[in-house]
Design a binder for this molecule. Sequence first.
Ligand code: ADP
Ligand code: ZN
Ligand code: ZN
Length: 698
Amino acid sequence: MRVPLGARSVLGIALETLPKPMDRALKPIGECLDSTPLLDPTQLALGRWLAQYYHAPLGEALRLFLPPEARRQEQSTQARADALRLTTEGATLLAALAADQVPPGLGRAPAQQAALRALGAGPQRRAELLAAGHRAPTLRTLLQKGWLEPCGASTPATPVPAPPLHSEQAEAVAALTADRGTFRTTLLQGITGSGKTEVYLQVMTQVLEEGKQVLVLVPEIGLTPQTAQRLAARLSAPVHTLHSGMATGLRNQRWEAGRSGAPMVLLGTRSSLFAPLPALGLIIVDEEHDDSYKQQDGVRYSARDVAVKRGALQGCPVVLGSATPSLETLENARQGRYGHLRLSHRAGQAQAPRQRFVDLRKHGAPEGFAQPTLDAISETLARGAQALVFLNRRGYAPALRCHACGWLADCDRCDARMTVHRDPARLRCHHCDRSQPIPGVCPSCKERSPMPVGQGTQRAESLLQHRFPETPILRLDRDKVRSMARLEAELEAIAHTPGALLLGTQMLAKGHHFPRVELVVIVDGDSGLFSADFRAPERLAQLLVQVAGRAGRELAPGTVLIQTHDPEHPLLQAVVTQGYDAFAEAALEERALLGLPPFAPLALLRAEAPQWAPVERFLTEAKAALLAAPGAEAQSTLGPIRAPMARRSGRFRGQLLLQGTERAPLHRNLAHALPQIDKLPSARQVRWHCDIDPSDTY
Ligand code: ADP
Ligand code: ZN
Ligand code: ZN
């Protein structure tokens, strides 16, 4: 509704009506925009929980649940899927009409009769129906009467049959289907290619047959088309995708399809979590360990954790799937709070890849690639198989240096180096997006031209193209792939090209299926070993396993080569020789010793300003407020300290880290202190926020 606030008129959501009028004089509501509630009870309850848990304003939390387009004029809440089809009831009516019996309620409605007849042959796109002269109000009436229902236009007539399950899959499906109708969270841990998606499919089939809805979360928009096609080919219910890259109108339609309660699969990125799905019967969070499930501005929620909460509210099972589960989820499973199912070998005939180190101390790699690596690539391409080269650094080179005086190109606005780019040739800061021309002579000694140092994907591409001139190379990184349509097209084209090279950043590591890849090269196995962030080892281990999972997906066994200066590093050793579980075991032990998540909750108060002084003043006063509030005795409050990247985009950044022993006192402390911190005069001199369960401490 629209309500007056001071001199302005703002949008608001009515949450409840009070039993008796308040003593204060209240202004009347300006305009009521929706005749039916915009948010259903689950959405409201989840919104309230989000506001409370993440210490966010209720309005900001509820805004997540609003349809992508605030529907100002439109009164209808009817479903707007791509296509419509007859319900069983509708089909019965149509049969009666065909037999010249005019059912009650249809006698004087020739337009409705005509629309029913039009759908007698099967589903039709709404746009086609409208083009054929059927009117929107007629369709809406039929939907309201339950004679029509929305469906995805891509719904196949006969779904592709399921393969017979191997025994671990069968056990997983049995366990998960037994949970139907009750809330329970289960970790499905299976190496890449072990058949997790197959398990999801069979559980989904049963849930959909009961007339329920399924929500599937995936980390990246790049993953939705492949997954959507696979699900749609197998399920008889419509599969709707939803992500922020879609046009607003289409997203709105998907939202409305969910609201209808019709059986369907909603497949999307983290914001799909807030769609109305009144008949929700199953939530799947695929690649649950993925960083992108954590929202990094506004309400800083973890989509994985909110999914579990939503499952609890709607009484349905939640499946967290991953080859490399987060340490949080693993610990929940170890404590018995979550179920734990495993798929330990690959489905079909695929074999697990062999992993080998290439010792860069022994071989050297003047151009980024050691000789044994180049030999392996050449041999793979000669066989007509594909090789995938993974380098998590975009651009041409990560630094520009003068070899006469040692000058390095730094960003003026960040504590960071400028990255050298080609096409167009510029220096770019990856932290603030600033760019400038590449200097021809060293700005410091004016003697020599500074040279690019190190290797990014652009440089690797030109090196490889030079070495393998006949080979088609597809580079995938954020500079190259800017649109989702482009990404889909490129992936589709390359997947079936024999003897091709794929080269890219972590975009390549995520879930895509590359059936011809038989060799994976990790160019820089050392990156990430020495980061300040406590989650860095976990991320590196996940990345190594995920990237390795791209090799040998179908019939041929794959090989993974990891180039490193430190093949004895305990982390690399654990992951490569013993696998992810051994790594996780050791990493959990270390986290327990250090009092870090999942054993102790964290909250991070971040602040930034054009100078350091106001940041420090604010954080010092905030710390005092936290220490004075109840619950403070149960936690340590570290700081104020400068953030690991102390200056970014010309702003100084500082933080206070709250390390709790238990969740309840930490939240009590924050609930008391944050409103006071918000009122501090020093709070107005900085930009600040509180991040609950931060995914990194940067
Ligand atoms: P994940 O999701 O764990 O990576 P998928 O479900 O994608 O694994 O399965 C990997 C490959 O194995 C796919 O090509 C899939 O069709 C195939 N597959 C899965 N389960 C079976 C099975 N029981 N029998 C034969 N092939 C299977
Ligand atoms: Zn110089
Ligand atoms: Zn910068």
